[in-house]
Design a protein. Structure first.
Length: 300
């Protein structure tokens, strides 16, 4: 398959656990993803796209789009939240499998305490999971892997700003608990950098663990402002810490080169997290087109 380019509803402000913008119903978002030149899309929050598999396949097919994955967040360190979280995983896994996807992207859910330290590596690490919470998170992740395997899906873990797997130390701890072939990484370049990591250094050492990539750029000045002001994740998004592709500090030519050299065979999902009323929210189609053109210059 090689490297293929996808977009995601998050570029239109369609994000989990926030009010969805009325100006962007799913049909318009799919139309604009196709118009911008992408061949795939992520699912977005469950219920935004049709939840009947045949209807979802029909909507994708008429726009020549492929469903590449779905992002699901579960409060992994909290055993009392596992039953509901695994039910969410099960319904999404069934839907995307029947709609043709091969991968589910799992993340820990944003919590208020961790959201308050978003982007501040040292502060985050001071309130990481304790041993019991790490064990609970590992157990829940194994259950997710089993649920997905039963319907033909692999699982890639998305480290996420505002969650308990945000910093490089937390990413390393999580992946030390799983064999290489059991759990992959969904590397989000923007979240990894905002969480204090070096995405290039990670790819140089561990590209084989990467099963999915979210290409997200970062405005360093905005990111530093957000850290100094102690903004939470959603405030930082509205502040504009994530830039349109190629407009920030991420060395994407090097990212793509490392993926190719590592024989990466999968999707790169172009993302610039935005929220209604925040920076970048008024021009999602223009940003999507510009991101696709930028990738073409990199040979994708």
């Amino acid at each position: 398959m090689g490297i293929r380019a996808a977009s995601a509803p998050i570029n239109w402000g369609i994000m989990e656990h926030v009010e969805l913008p009325a100006d962007y119903p799913y049909g318009r978002v799919l139309d604009e993803i196709a118009k911008a030149g992408y061949s795939g899309t992520e699912l977005g929050p469950y219920g935004f796209f049709p939840t009947v598999p045949a209807e979802l396949r029909r909507e994708l097919k008429k726009r020549s789009l492929i469903l590449c994955s779905a992002f699901i967040d579960v409060e992994l360190g909290n055993p009392s939240a596992h039953e509901a979280g695994l039910a969410d995983v099960s319904r999404s896994a069934k839907l995307i499998s029947e709609a043709g996807a091969k991968l589910l992207v799992l993340s820990d859910k944003i919590t208020p305490a961790r959201n308050a330290t978003a982007g501040r590596r040292s502060d985050c690490n001071q309130i990481s999971w304790n041993e019991a919470e790490w064990k609970a998170a590992a157990a829940a992740t194994r259950e997710v892997i089993a649920l997905c395997k039963a319907v033909g899906l692999k699982v890639a873990f998305h480290h996420h700003t505002g969650s308990h797997v945000e910093t490089p130390e937390e990413v390393d701890r999580l992946f030390s608990l799983f064999p290489v072939n059991e759990l992959g990484l969904c590397l989000d370049t923007g979240h990894y950098i905002y969480g204090g990591g070096d995405a290039i250094a990670f790819l140089e050492k561990q590209v084989s663990r990467v099963w999915c990539v979210h290409l997200k750029d970062v405005y360093d000045p905005k990111a530093n402002e957000a850290r100094r002001a102690k903004m939470n994740f959603h405030e930082a998004v509205r502040h504009g810490v994530f830039a349109p592709l190629g407009k920030g500090s991420v060395d994407f030519p090097r990212v793509i080169s490392l993926l190719r050299n590592g024989n990466y065979d999968g999707w790169v999902v172009v993302e610039a997290d935005v929220l209604p009323g925040g920076v970048g929210a008024n021009s999602p189609l223009a940003n999507a087109i510009a991101g696709r053109e930028y990738l073409r210059k990199l040979g994708i």
